[in-house]
Design a protein around this ligand. Structure first.
Ligand SMILES: [Zn+2]
Length: 347
């Protein structure tokens, strides 16, 4: 009986989208806060209205990751709403809109900032939201740059510091709220393979800030989210993003941090078995639309027209699916230090 049920479930998944989800990433929902991390309450309300109008399934983030990890099916339009850093406007502006629609959401909190000033949430506000559909998850204690921490120290010392930042934040959340899902968002979306291994050892699911949809084959240590702030919060593109599907490629594990001699890194996308419209694969990177070279029928090399700029940037690739208006989306983040080897300032 169970075997039959599993067979039916997997048949269903191969016909549909195989189960995927889109995670939205917000910071401030406010006017007057920095545009690069803000969406206005009016625009945020328009996002929620669209999700409501189109009957998207707004699910708790841990339910989405648990379902995908266990190979079970998600609704075709699963969405999770997340906020980073614990800004006050989550409570004053976003929460009333979310609560009125019964939309669950996740707040990745930097625990040292909680209650530190009027700009940030306090534990009482977090507790109230946790009682009404919010998950409060881990964004380190001090919002440190994980790639920059402990310069000059040994790998062991660096790893210990990062471990303390993550475990300490988790303890703090659990102390105040009693529980916290083991979900972790990398500050600034920064990680490398060593940091991913540490996060895996600590037992967390990890989230970056590269755009794209997630599916059962995604890397659960570096899951994508769509950052929705400033120019990226605009409704027309939001409507496309929330309908995206995970690019059907074999998992890649490329370091984001570029070596000085490699400023035009190539991206090789290796597609899984299937009838994909690879002829319509399109990628954008520094300098615009990127060159795509077919290495064979399922493998494509993507090359930028210009050097990757200093700071954080991405290559974004899309390909139409068989469903009208739904695109597969994959994003590769890059981090380039200044030419003298020093770190760029955060904007
Ligand atoms: Zn953050």
């Amino acid at each position: 009986m169970i075997r039959t049920l599993i067979a039916v479930l997997s048949l269903a998944s191969s016909i549909s989208t195989q189960g995927s989800a889109v995670v939205l990433q917000y910071h401030h929902v406010d006017e007057g806060t920095p545009a690069i991390t803000s969406i206005t309450p009016t625009d945020f309300a328009a996002h929620l209205q669209h999700l409501d109008d189109e009957n998207f399934s707004i699910l708790p983030l841990d339910q989405i990751t648990d379902t995908l990890k266990s190979g079970l099916e998600l609704p075709g339009t699963a969405i999770a709403i997340t906020f980073d850093d614990a800004y006050i406007s989550i409570y004053t502006k976003a929460y009333p809109l979310l609560k009125s629609r019964n939309f669950p959401f996740t707040i990745f909190v930097t625990t040292n900032l909680v209650g530190s000033s009027k700009s940030y949430l306090d534990w009482q506000q977090l507790a109230e939201m946790a009682d009404n559909g919010a998950l409060v998850a881990n964004h380190t204690k001090s919002h440190l740059h994980l790639l920059r921490s402990e310069p000059g120290k040994s790998d062991e010392e660096r790893e210990q510091r990062i471990g303390e930042e993550i475990s300490g934040a988790q303890l703090e959340i659990e102390k105040h709220l009693g529980k916290s899902p083991r979900l972790f968002a990398y500050p600034y979306g920064e990680y490398n393979q060593d940091i991913l291994a540490l996060v895996a050892n600590l037992g967390y699911t990890g989230f970056g800030q590269q755009s794209g949809a997630m599916g059962a084959d995604s890397n659960f240590l570096a899951l994508p989210r769509f950052p929705l702030a400033g120019n990226y919060s605009e409704l027309a593109s939001f409507k496309t993003k929330v309908r995206t599907l995970p690019m059907p490629i074999r998992p890649t594990s490329i370091e984001s941090l570029l070596e000085p001699g490699n400023l035009r890194p190539e991206l090789v996308l290796s597609f899984t078995e299937g009838k994909w419209r690879t002829g319509e694969l399109t990628c954008y990177g520094p300098g615009g639309k990127m060159d795509i070279e077919a290495l064979d029928t399922t493998t494509f090399r993507v090359l930028p027209l210009e050097d990757v700029p200093v700071g954080r940037s991405r290559y974004n690739c899309t390909m139409p699916s068989s469903e009208q208006g739904r695109y597969y989306w994959y994003s590769q983040p890059w981090i380039r230090k200044k030419d003298d080897g020093s770190w760029y300032p955060e904007p």
